[in-house]
Design a binder for this molecule. Structure first.
Ligand code: ZN
Length: 208
């Protein structure tokens, strides 16, 4: 009898905790975008992969070879951006449905808790592409705020990203592993051009 009473109490408590999802906590906006930390503008994933290390340079070369041969699967960060776009679409649908609570910020709890007011707009429940993906927001999502992943950062080339482009470019180093590999690929072209020009000039001179 005692045990069944305990079970009943636990069930009641868990139902109560699910039922009162605190949507009010999401009506408060986050820090304005312009005041976000450098990790927001230059996320850990790019901080790691941009560094001029042998591993990163090799990865950039392998990436290009795989891309040319057509075997390159979509990078994880692109999957993450697709997921962020999906979250933003769900937020837009939520706002358009004129719900009472105005969602001004988000976190994993709002996205992945099945009792969240956003859950009906996010069905089927998305799965983060990596274990390091965790979603948050900057600024006011009902105005010009941004969704972002703490590992991959916000979606590139979005309207909001373009609005704060100078903040993003300020954090990025001048020369990355990507730039080095691009330079290695194009340096033969840069050498061929003056040689071709010299040969053409000689040929034209002889023809006169
Ligand atoms: Zn991510």
């Amino acid at each position: 009898m005692k045990l069944s009473g305990m079970v009943l109490l636990l069930v009641c408590l868990s139902v109560a905790s699910f039922a009162d999802f605190d949507a009010g906590a999401y009506e408060v906006a986050e820090t304005p975008v312009a005041s976000m930390s450098s990790d927001f503008f230059y996320p850990p994933f790019f901080r790691d992969t941009d560094r001029l290390t042998f591993h990163n340079i090799k990865r950039e070369i392998v990436f290009r070879l795989e891309f040319i041969s057509g075997v390159r699967p979509e990078p994880r960060y692109m999957n993450c951006y697709k997921m962020q776009k999906r979250i933003e679409r769900a937020l837009k649908r939520y706002q358009e449905a004129s719900n009472t609570a105005v969602l001004r910020r988000l976190d994993d709890e709002l996205l992945f808790n099945s009792e969240s007011p956003l859950a009906p707009y996010l069905k089927p429940m998305p799965v983060p592409p990596t274990t390091r993906c965790s979603y948050k927001s900057a600024g006011d999502l009902s105005e010009d705020g941004m969704t972002y992943c703490v590992y991959h950062g916000p979606v590139h080339n979005s309207t909001a990203h373009r609005r704060y482009a100078k903040y993003f470019s300020r954090e990025k180093p001048y020369f990355t592993a990507f730039d080095l590999v691009e330079l290695l690929i194009f340096s033969p072209v840069l050498l061929i051009l003056p040689v071709t020009w010299y040969i053409m000039r000689k040929v034209l001179e002889k023809g006169r």
